[in-house]
Design a protein around this ligand. Structure first.
Ligand SMILES: [Zn+2]
Length: 128
């Protein structure tokens, strides 16, 4: 991935920017240029930042760069518009199906000799 395409990819990730098919309404995240169902054009679609946990599991035996976090949870999250996406959970000790969560920007890992920091979205419990 080039520096520019990498940056564009990250911006869509940070903003939860997906795409929606102009013909059949299919929503994808990350965004696509063409619909995988009908092949039509896709337009930008802003996904809601809140939703609820549908499924989750803990992940152990992580690659070296993730090891400092210890085990963590990944989940299928149903956003408030019904779109389901995959996400990492944070700030949660014991996830449960149905818990309300919201996207937040967090450090994912560092790499390289200079310690380049990679950020991304995780989902934390909603506190109202
Ligand atoms: Zn379509």
């Amino acid at each position: 991935m080039t520096e520019i395409s990498d940056w564009i990819y990250r911006i869509s990730r940070y903003r939860l920017l997906g795409s929606r098919c102009v013909k059949c309404g299919e929503v994808t995240y990350p965004p696509r240029l063409k619909c995988f169902k009908c092949g039509s054009e896709m337009i930008d679609y802003q996904l809601p930042r809140r939703g609820k946990i549908i499924h989750y599991t803990s992940v152990k035996n992580l690659p070296e760069r993730y090891n400092r976090f210890g085990a963590y949870y990944i989940a299928i999250i149903e956003l408030d518009d019904g779109t389901r996406i995959f996400g990492l959970l944070t700030d949660i000790e014991k996830p449960e199906v149905g818990i309300r969560v919201e996207a937040c920007l967090r450090k994912l890992y560092t790499y390289g000799e200079e310690g380049k920091i990679i950020y991304g979205l995780k989902f934390r419990p909603v506190i109202d």
